[in-house]
Design a protein around this ligand. Structure first.
Ligand code: KG4
Ligand code: ZN
Length: 328
């Protein structure tokens, strides 16, 4: 059973093909037109997807050595994301599914991030598992009881963890997206050199806006020379604060529910500090820990193919009335 998956929720044009739940090919075209704008410009992103979507889908099919008539269903991210970007992928998928006479599967982008931990057959968590999903738009703790029973236990009440990385990077004069750069500087910095505010939010919810303000006030008081000379320590200290905030809530969720399979997913799960702290916390508390391969942390179509695979198994198909939505 072959699924062709399409993902265009932000600025990456992605396609993948799976066979019986295994990824056989995947293609990604990352847009570079946003460089210099300090973020993704939605209108530019949609236009970029229009230019590249046919090429991306054709490449995924040819790398899988498959003609389009061998595809059993077309899965596509329909929400949440940038609406113009979603419309390009969503309508391309609808047209394709109609033209080849195969069903359409509508996938939720954040649920696909949770299921990205099932892409690699040899490193799969068993159900039930917890997944901390941390990206540029989301910070949530998910409970996955099965591929069909996914629920949010807690989430950010303001900024996402990825935004905390990106906004800190912007204050430091680094390019967008700043997360990978902070990760790199932090790897040789002292995480205990500077202290930044940690919020106190009840339950399993998160907040990152206080941290952003605390970084801003700290940097306003320093000279350019001081910031340049201490950039590694500043990045390491901010990164440590973000990781502490995330892992405290993940630990609380695991203890409250008695769950020992614990995963992370989303763009921020590529962070080296977060990955190693997850392993350390897990070995202290007796968890089995999981994170996706680096190319499956950030947006990709392999996770959409996996989500689509499970939906196909229970005939969860979408009608042509299904329209892309910016919010889930
Ligand atoms: O999942 P993703 O590709 O797109 C969204 O759905 O948002 O996540 C993008 C986010 C950005 O905020 C980016 O800075 C962050 O993930 N990110 C990282 C790292 N790689 C990507 N943050 C920290 N460390 C990284 N290595
Ligand atoms: Zn994402």
């Amino acid at each position: 059973m072959h699924i062709l998956a399409i993902e265009t929720s932000c600025d990456d044009t992605c396609a993948a093909v799976s066979k019986n739940g295994e990824i056989v090919s995947e293609t990604i075209h990352s847009q570079s037109m946003h460089d210099g704008f300090g973020g993704v410009v939605p209108e530019i992103a949609s236009r970029g997807h229009i230019e590249k979507i046919s090429w991306t889908v054709n490449k995924a099919l040819s790398d899988a050595n498959l003609a389009i008539d061998r595809i059993d269903a077309v899965a596509c991210t329909m929400m949440p994301g940038l609406i113009g970007s979603l419309i390009v992928g969503g309508h391309f998928a609808k047209g394709l599914s109609q033209s080849i006479g195969r069903p359409l599967i509508a996938v939720n982008h954040v649920e696909a991030h949770v299921l990205s931990n099932l892409i690699d057959r040899d490193k799969r968590p068993s159900f039930p598992f917890l997944c901390l999903t941390v990206s540029g738009g989301h910070t949530q703790i998910w409970l996955a009881e099965s591929p069909y029973r996914l629920s949010v236990l807690g989430e950010t009440i303001d900024d996402a963890a990825g935004e905390a990385f990106d906004k800190t990077a912007k204050l430091l004069g680094l390019n967008y997206p700043g997360g990978p750069l902070i990760d790199r500087y932090a790897s040789t910095g002292d995480p205990d050199k500077f202290r930044f505010a940690e919020p106190s939010v009840p339950g399993l919810d998160f907040s990152f806006s206080g941290l952003k303000t605390s970084v801003l006030y700290f940097l306003e008081k320093q000279s350019k020379e001081f910031i340049a000379g201490n950039i590694n320590d500043i990045c390491a200290s901010v990164q440590k604060t973000i990781i502490d905030i995330l892992l405290k809530k993940l630990t609380k969720a695991a203890k409250d529910l008695g769950i020992t399979n614990v995963c992370i997913a989303g763009g921020v799960s590529a962070n080296k500090g977060l990955r190693s702290e997850l392993i350390k916390t897990g070995s202290k508390l007796g968890w089995k820990t999981f994170y996706p391969a680096l190319n499956h942390c950030t947006d990709n179509a392999a996770m959409v193919a996996i989500a689509g695979h499970y939906k196909f198994l229970v005939n969860d198909f979408a009608s042509l009335d299904n329209v892309p939505k910016a919010r889930a």
